[in-house]
Write a protein that binds this ligand. Structure first.
Ligand SMILES: C[S@@+](CC[C@H](N)C(=O)[O-])C[C@H]1O[C@@H](n2cnc3c(N)ncnc32)[C@H](O)[C@@H]1O
Length: 351
């Protein structure tokens, strides 16, 4: 198998294709319990949910039992546990990133609470053809907004000023309902691609979910956010804000992101999520032999028991409470959240 760019490599494990669960990680030698097997540090896109933005550090995800963090940057809408974390954040996002977060924050703050994300359960997931036609439906308005921001050139290469029609398309986008967490996802993804253009292939190589939107509302929120970003983002980012990038990010995020949860209370607080490509080749088991623990922005994957050479190394995708569910309910949870029928050893044995 040609190894994808983001595949983790190590002396003690290798990534191979499996007959029924895609690629997976296998031990190359006996691994004693408690051995640190892998430390994924390659965080790409991450989202800290709006409701936790004052309590969870925007850089290292430290959480102080719900207390507001000491360094609050109201312009960009993040709080930090220290000046150092704020400086690292600014450095990683770059001047254009900071300008973009500031523009997004200004737009979100100017709006009422009604705009908060509402999750409608039980709506069907949009199919591929619904997704394609919904994005196509936004193309004309997107083109007008681009011209409103950048102008356009006539046949002789002269810049033609935007007309009332272009400006109206931009204004119309700004009046649309805002979904702050979708905005964070899209902006974080665009900025990651902007700041790491050579690493995009690591994202494209991940497992794909062609129908990543949970509901029609969710899909609509992404399309509105696309238009919002075109209307407000710094001009050097406009070429990056494309349907292709936003859709491809969603198709990879869906089956590869990990929840960023509290480190106490069995991870009961869900602060947001992030995608660490090198962590994304470990399959799930309901009886995992690898324990994963978040350490600030990184993960530590440790052998939870003695592992024999040739065994598959599996983590669990379930949260603390979910692990105690019956086989049927674990299967349902994995199907709903990750879209697969679990084929782990424990589920096979309990069949
Ligand atoms: C994070 S990726 C893991 C690596 C993936 N197998 C690959 O080829 O990229 C998650 C996807 O792997 C597959 N997978 C992981 N654990 C599985 C399991 N226990 N049973 C069946 N499929 C599984 C599912 O397709 C799932 O959406």
């Amino acid at each position: 198998m040609d190894l994808p760019m983001g595949v983790p490599t190590s002396d003690i494990f290798e990534v191979r294709e499996t007959p029924s669960a895609g690629r997976a990680v296998f031990s190359k030698c006996d691994i004693p319990a408690d051995t640190v097997v892998w430390r994924p540090t390659d965080l790409s896109l991450s989202v800290v949910l709006r409701e936790y933005r004052r309590e969870v550090c925007g850089q290292c995800f430290v959480y102080d039992y719900g207390n507001d963090l000491p360094v609050r940057n109201k312009e960009v809408g993040f709080a930090f546990c220290s000046e150092r974390c704020q400086a690292i954040f600014s450095d990683e996002q770059g001047p254009i990133g900071i300008e973009a977060w500031t523009a997004a924050e200004k737009l979100i703050k100017g709006r009422s609470k009604e705009d908060a994300d509402m999750v409608e359960l039980d709506q069907p997931r949009p199919k591929t053809e619904d997704i394609t036609s919904a994005w196509e439906g936004a193309a004309a308005q997107a083109a007008l907004i681009r011209i409103a921001r950048l102008g356009q050139r006539d046949d002789d290469g002269n810049v033609v000023q935007p007309t009332k029609q272009h400006k109206k398309a931009l204004q119309k986008a700004l009046l649309q309902k805002i979904s702050p967490d979708v905005m964070s996802f899209c902006l974080a993804g665009i900025l990651w691609k902007h700041n790491h253009p050579d690493e995009w292939q690591r994202i494209l190589d991940l497992a794909v979910d062609e129908t990543p939107y949970h509901s029609e509302d969710d899909l609509k929120a992404f399309i509105r956010t696309y238009l919002h970003l075109l209307a407000i983002a710094p001009l050097p980012l406009l070429d990056r804000i494309t349907v292709e990038t936003l859709y491809l990010w969603s198709t990879r995020d869906s089956h590869n992101s990990f929840g960023i949860r509290s480190l106490e209370d069995d991870g009961s607080e869900f602060f947001g999520y992030g995608c660490w490509p090198s962590a994304s080749y470990f399959n799930h088991s309901c009886s995992p032999n690898i324990e994963k623990k978040r350490v600030e922005r990184a993960w530590e994957f440790r052998a939870g028991r003695d592992i024999k050479a040739g065994d598959e190394l599996c983590i669990t995708y379930l949260s603390g409470e979910e692990r105690r569910l019956s086989r049927e309910n674990r299967m349902l949870t994995l199907k709903r959240n990750w879209g697969f029928d679990c084929r782990c050893e424990r589920c096979k044995e309990q069949q």
